[in-house]
Unconditional design. Structure first.
Length: 172
């Protein structure tokens, strides 16, 4: 819906869009919900697009899909990315929160996602990412921890395509 909400409205109408999907109602009914990105050919691997959509009720083009009755507050949306998705993968005993005995994957972000204006959520970037207790990524903000970029997987990822195209045009 973040990418194709306008098309959905054109095809099914505004009223149908206001309910598709009814995330808040699902949570109220006790239905498990997790948020993610589809990060392949279907959609962007950028989690902040989904986060923005869930809390603002808008497409990346700014079209309002949902009223307040179907939007999530920012903490709930983050919880659905972490604890909600850990439940779906059967890893809720080891992932989904920072606590003793849990896998300590986390990121330091370039902005406070609980305070910035909604459109700024789309510009959120990681400054430092830790996976399994090891620094996997560090931006220029952490030069003492600078890392090399990890290869994009799967091999056919659009990121890999872009990198190959840049190498071809620069002669690298």
């Amino acid at each position: 819906m973040a990418f194709a909400g306008e098309y959905f409205i054109e095809r099914y109408g505004k009223e149908a869009a206001r309910r598709a999907p009814p995330i808040r109602k699902m949570l109220e009914m006790g239905i498990p919900v997790g948020l993610g990105t589809d990060g392949t050919r279907v959609a962007s691997f950028n989690p902040w697009v989904t986060y923005y959509w869930a809390v603002s009720g808008r497409t990346i083009g700014g079209t309002e899909l949902y009223g307040p009755e179907n939007r999530l507050d920012r903490r709930t949306a983050l919880k659905l990315f972490t604890q909600g998705s850990a439940w779906f993968s059967g890893e809720e005993e080891s992932k989904g929160e920072i606590a003793p005995g849990m896998v300590a994957d986390f990121a330091i972000l370039d902005r406070d996602i609980f305070e910035v204006e909604e459109p700024e959520l789309l510009e959120t970037r990681a400054e430092l990412t830790v996976v399994d207790g090891e620094i996997e990524y560090a931006s220029d903000a952490y030069p003492e921890h600078k890392t090399r970029a990890l290869p994009a997987i799967p091999e056919w990822s659009p990121v890999t395509y872009t990198d190959r195209r840049q190498q071809t045009t620069t002669g690298s």
